[in-house]
Design a protein around this ligand. Structure first.
Ligand code: ASP
Ligand code: MG
Length: 410
């Protein structure tokens, strides 16, 4: 017998019929002898609907009250799911985040889980009940309702699995696993049987939206085996695990696991700044003061002892960043501030590149062959990212998928 935490996303519980289907699946698991804790999201579209109600009243709703409102979405789902389970004769009990003693800090709208006091849940499991917990929410020290940020139910699932020392945390969603890249762009993209936590973190932070990044971090840190699978079709899904586990099971190391991409990027260039200590700080200081996150950074030094400084930001922050730096042109001694918001980032991810030379040159060659100009490059141990013009994104992803033979099982 094992203890499994399952999380069902918004589409999986999007209608009353689907909630009834989920209840039948859960009963199947229980009848096979497993102890089951279920975490559910709000019914699809519900969180957005609630958010829009708040925005219709105020453009910047009070964060505490927004959490009171948003947390109701998940509360609806736990009630309905328990009603469906009980109707079928399956003992079940629902818990809001606060009732489940999911204790968080007080950062409304983006709270972090600090502790879970799971005694009541354990007692229910021992009594043979299916435990149904509202995702995305917790309670702070003073009893305020908090929420964990969009997509936060994944993190609830993982945190509960860690607290209960579950054998596996299964994330049920509308795709049947993690793919080598987005199948809408590359139809031959392949579902991965396994991927390491490190790679999954890169994929998630680079725009693959299967899992909330925080949940992957949490699972990696607390040793929770994580599996992504489909609610609507049978299959093994993708197991996210540790490198050692992968190596022990397969002799061959996979070179590249996937290609991630992100269209929400823009780049800003400050041209002709004096090449002297402190210049990076004087450019990026005001940007970070405005709470704008900077991603890739490149500085090139010209012959006339001036430098060009280029960096990327989220596309939503593009205008604001330009504005901030244009105000500073004189102070910076810059010639000009320019930018481009029609760019995209394309990344190869794979732990295998740590021990293999030549991945970067193969990547660049493949892009060159398609006539795609690379505007910026950054690398880490297990990732190479390039910025290209947005119009070449699909072409680039397809070319790389082919060159690295990601459609073939290695
Ligand atoms: N309902 C929340 C959202 O839409 C949390 C979640 O589904 O994970 O972001
Ligand atoms: Mg989600």
């Amino acid at each position: 017998m094992s203890l499994i935490v399952q999380k069902y996303g918004g589409t999986s519980v999007g209608t009353v019929e689907r909630i009834e289907k989920v209840s039948e699946k859960l009963i199947g698991w229980r009848e096979r002898g497993h102890k089951i804790v279920v975490v559910v999201s709000a019914m699809s579209g519900e969180t957005d609907r609630l958010l829009n109600l708040a925005k219709a009243i105020s453009p910047r709703p009070d964060p505490r009250e927004l959490d009171v409102l948003l947390a109701t979405g998940e509360q609806v789902t736990i009630g309905l799911l328990c009603i469906a389970l009980e109707k079928r004769g399956c003992p079940a009990r629902s818990y809001t985040g606060g009732q489940a003693r999911i204790l968080t800090d007080s950062a409304f709208n983006k709270a972090r889980i600090q502790d879970i006091q799971a005694d009541a849940i354990r007692a229910d499991l021992d009594a043979g009940r299916v435990v149904v917990v509202a995702g995305f929410q917790g309670v702070d020290e003073s009893g305020n309702i908090t929420t964990l940020g969009r997509g936060g139910s994944d993190t609830t699932g993982v945190a509960l699995a860690a607290a209960l020392k579950a054998d596996e945390c299964q994330i049920y969603t509308d795709v049947d696993g993690v793919y080598t890249t987005d199948p809408r762009i590359v139809p031959t993209a392949r579902r991965l049987d396994r991927i390491t936590f490190e790679e999954m973190l890169e994929m998630a932070s680079l725009g693959s939206k299967v899992l909330q990044i925080r949940s992957v971090e949490f699972a990696g840190k607390h040793n929770v085996p994580l599996r992504v699978l489909s609610t609507f079709q049978e299959g093994p899904g993708t197991l996210i695990t540790f490198e050692e586990v992968l190596e022990a099971e397969s002799m061959e190391k996979v070179l590249i696991s996937g290609i991630a991409f992100n269209r929400d990027e823009a780049k800003v260039t400050v041209l002709g700044v004096p090449d002297r200590p402190g210049i990076a700080f004087s450019i990026l200081g005001p940007v970070s003061d405005a709470n704008i996150e900077v991603d890739m950074i490149v500085q090139n030094v010209g012959r006339d002892s001036t430098a060009d400084f280029t960096f990327t930001v989220h596309r939503n922050d593009y205008e604001r960043t330009l504005e901030i730096l244009r105000e500073q042109t004189v102070r910076l001694g810059a010639r000009e501030v320019s930018g481009d918001n029609k760019i995209a980032k394309l990344s190869l991810v794979g732990i295998g590149m740590r021990s293999h030379a030549g991945v970067a040159s193969r990547m660049f060659q493949a892009l060159a062959k398609e006539g795609i100009n690379i505007r910026m490059i950054t690398t880490s141990e297990i990732k190479i990212s390039v910025v290209v013009d947005e119009k070449y994104l699909e072409l680039g992803v397809r070319a790389l998928h082919e060159v690295f033979e990601l459609d073939q099982v290695s």
